[in-house]
Design a protein around this ligand. Structure first.
Ligand code: ADP
Ligand code: MG
Length: 686
């Protein structure tokens, strides 16, 4: 049970004044669902504005405070158009105050023609007009106060304004309880950090690295501690030792010899399976490194021991692909491989359920459907989980309820993550690494080309498709709104469709799942030749005939993402090409990223350099850590603070593994605060 002290933080956002149905949606879009989320919605940066006498004194892009007198209101020409208020400074310069959407209603009231107002905001240029879009403040008198303000700037979504968010944050902060200290006293004193509640207040007030570090450290500590609790719990659990006699594996007729890395990984897995304690192992290997065969060998060991194995895939399509591959590879062994997805209904489904129950199915491949309540196994002893970052402890506990004993788990990922992050993300697991590619792979040719050469690029694609091979075209998500992103992808699709007709399909995240699957399937089946996609091209989709990937506005992608995207091709025997299209203005970091892509295909190296580039370029509070399990800690903070947090957690576990002491109690609160309470639940043996 969650400690009572935390209750005020876990109530929903509409407990705050002013939050009704209308605000809930934009808040949820930012993940601000409960009061706690709002308190932790830390500013992206702070702004101090310069008071100016006239527009002549101000530079474009500058944050200013200025007295302006509205002279004319111009209504929007259509729904989406802006509402503009033309206003004049003291010497007759004109500037537009621009509002979109609902904000225009407020503008009408706040900016009556002929009355002077103090306006604070960022001066920009639109065509040949100066403008301030959505001024942060419009006040009758307060010019001097405005100029003194150092204000937080928060991430927003459509329908929110800075003052709105600031007001909610203030309410949330007022509700913070006093909590006991959970950080190791020596660490706390050495760092000279503020206490938890003070740190949250300070972090919203002004730039305060100490406060932000403390908050990040809390999250890292919670994470390390939870992972250690899982590990400890796992050691206590009884699984079933699986010893294979090699009978099935001997009958396996692979079309290639295993690489050294594959052999090593299989041996490590075999060692784990032979233990009573359930295996918790991560198999890390770049796209194409050959994880599937390793998984198959592991599953055959379970089968040799007379038990069943399951492979969980993130999507239907991947499940089907895995099923086909495994069935073909395992044909000579005689084991029964079945596929079970949410789509299977009626008799077919019944028969699979029966086979799982009576043990006639040895290996089942599927989506989450394979763990539904209605699915029972005769004796499930091994679960392989492919590419599910969020397949966490909770799911595993659910699974444990399926077998008589806790099944062994093998997680597989092609996402190259740097060493520090492996610790944070998979700290409770042992790791096997496939750091060697099967021989004979042709390196993918990577080229960087300017977007301006679009005509040539499209002709190149035409020639490529003429050979019968397929291609991906990836559109980026770069705009502030998804609608604009989608529009961009759709526009590109329309252009390409004009040229290539039915041979093009569009796939994006906003599509209904059925339509998306259908489009993907047309491409997988080879009916469609060119797939235009937002970044949803799913990890692991295997279309050996797709040998060209074009990435539009490649400078907007992170290295890890580019690497993943490039990995969509180069799976067959034909030479594969990756074409990175770039705009004409590139930041230094973007240049280095693209250069590195040309230079190497080693996912682990790319991951390390990616962390360095992103960590280094990271400003205070821009988290960019969407691919980590953290919401508060940014990449740079993770690298810098994780080792100490990890050591802190370890020390606490050694002294008080049951979290029974006073500080252990504080640590329990911490685990609930960061929603790693499954750690606490394990303590109770649940
Ligand atoms: P991933 O690690 O991305 O899941 P796969 O298991 O799909 O990689 O393997 C990619 C391709 O490499 C497959 O076609 C597979 O048959 C082949 N492959 C796997 N291991 C070897 C090997 N040792 N030698 C040659 N080819 C291999
Ligand atoms: Mg794979």
């Amino acid at each position: 049970m969650r400690p009572d002290a935390l209750n005020p933080l876990f109530v929903e956002n509409d407990a705050l004044d002013g939050v009704g149905p209308k605000l809930r949606k934009p808040l949820e879009k930012l993940g601000l669902i409960r009061v706690k989320d709002i308190a932790y919605h830390l500013p992206e940066r702070f702004v101090t504005r310069r008071p100016v006498e006239s527009l002549d004194d101000a530079a474009e892009g500058e944050q200013i405070v200025i007295a302006l007198t509205p002279i004319e209101h111009r209504a929007a020409r259509n729904n989406r158009g802006p509402y503009r208020v033309l206003a004049q400074d003291g010497i007759g310069n004109i500037c537009a105050l621009t509002f979109f959407g609902r904000a225009s209603f407020t503008a009408k009231k706040q900016l009556p023609v002929g009355e002077k107002r103090w306006v604070a905001g960022r001066l920009d240029r639109y065509g040949d007009m100066l403008q301030i879009v959505h001024p942060d403040h419009v006040e009758k008198e307060d010019g001097a106060t405005l100029a003194r303000l150092c204000e937080p700037v928060y991430a927003l979504s459509e329908g929110l304004t800075q003052p709105r968010v600031a007001g909610l944050v203030e309410q949330a902060l007022a509700r913070l309880p006093e909590l006991p200290e959970w950080i190791e006293p020596s660490q706390f004193n050495k760092a000279g950090w503020p206490a938890w509640r003070d740190a949250l207040h300070l972090a919203h007030k002004a730039e305060n690295p100490g406060a932000r570090d403390r908050l990040a450290y809390d999250e890292l500590l919670a994470n390390s501690l939870a992972l250690m609790l899982v590990r400890a719990d796992n050691r206590r659990r009884k699984g079933q030792a699986l010893k294979g006699d090699g009978g099935l594996r001997d009958r396996l007729q692979l079309p290639f010899p295993l690489t050294g890395a594959q052999q090593r990984s299989i041996a490590e897995i075999e060692g784990d399976l032979a233990q009573d304690a359930p295996m918790l192992r991560l198999l890390q290997g770049d796209v194409g490194a050959g994880k599937t065969v390793v998984a198959l060998e592991a599953m055959l060991i379970a089968n040799e021991a007379g038990k069943q194995a399951a492979l969980l895939a993130p999507t239907e399509i991947l499940a089907r692909q895995h099923f086909e591959t495994l069935r073909t590879l395992a044909a000579s062994t005689g084991v029964e491989v079945a596929l079970l997805t949410g789509r299977d209904k009626g008799r077919a489904r019944e028969s699979i359920l029966m086979g799982l129950l009576d043990g006639s199915i040895d290996i089942v491949v599927g989506t989450h459907a394979i763990f539904q309540d209605s699915v029972s196994y005769k004796d499930l002893a091994l679960v392989v989980v492919d590419e599910q970052h969020r397949f966490g402890v909770q799911q595993r506990l659910q699974l444990a309820a399926k077998g008589k004993k806790t099944p062994h788990t093998l997680a597989m990922t092609a996402t190259p993550i740097p060493r520090t992050l492996t610790l944070a993300q998979y700290g409770e697991m042992d790791v096997s690494k496939l750091d060697e590619m099967p021989p004979g792979r042709k390196p993918i040719i990577t080229r960087v080309t300017s977007m301006e050469r679009m005509d040539e690029i499209v002709s190149g694609i035409a020639r490529h498709l003429e050979t019968g091979q397929q291609a991906f075209w990836v559109c980026p998500m770069v705009h502030e709104s998804e609608i604009a992103d989608l529009a961009a992808a759709e526009a590109r699709y329309a252009v390409l469709k004009e040229r290539f007709g039915d041979r093009v399909v569009l796939v994006h995240g906003q599509m209904p799942p059925d339509a998306k699957d259908a489009a993907m399937e047309r491409f997988v089946a080879g009916e469609a030749k060119l797939m235009v996609a937002t970044t949803v091209i799913e990890v692991g989709v295997d279309v050996p005939n797709a040998t060209l990937v074009v990435v539009e506005q490649a400078e907007h992608f992170g290295l890890a993402q580019l690497h993943q995207l490039r990995g969509r091709v180069g799976r067959g025997s034909e030479q594969a090409v990756c074409l990175l299209l770039r705009g004409d203005r590139l930041s230094e970091t973007a240049k280095r990223r693209l250069a590195l892509m040309r230079e190497t295909q080693d996912g682990f190296r790319i991951a390390e350099e990616d962390l360095e580039l992103r960590g280094g370029g990271e400003l205070l509070g821009t988290r960019q850590s969407g691919d980590t399990p953290f919401r508060v800690a940014g990449l740079e903070q993770i690298t810098r603070l994780l080792p100490a947090a990890h050591a802190d957690a370890r020390l606490l576990m050694e002294r008080d593994g049951g979290l029974a002491s006073e500080r252990g109690g504080a640590a329990r609160i911490l685990l609930y605060l960061f929603e790693r309470d499954w750690g606490v639940q394990l303590l109770r043996g649940g």
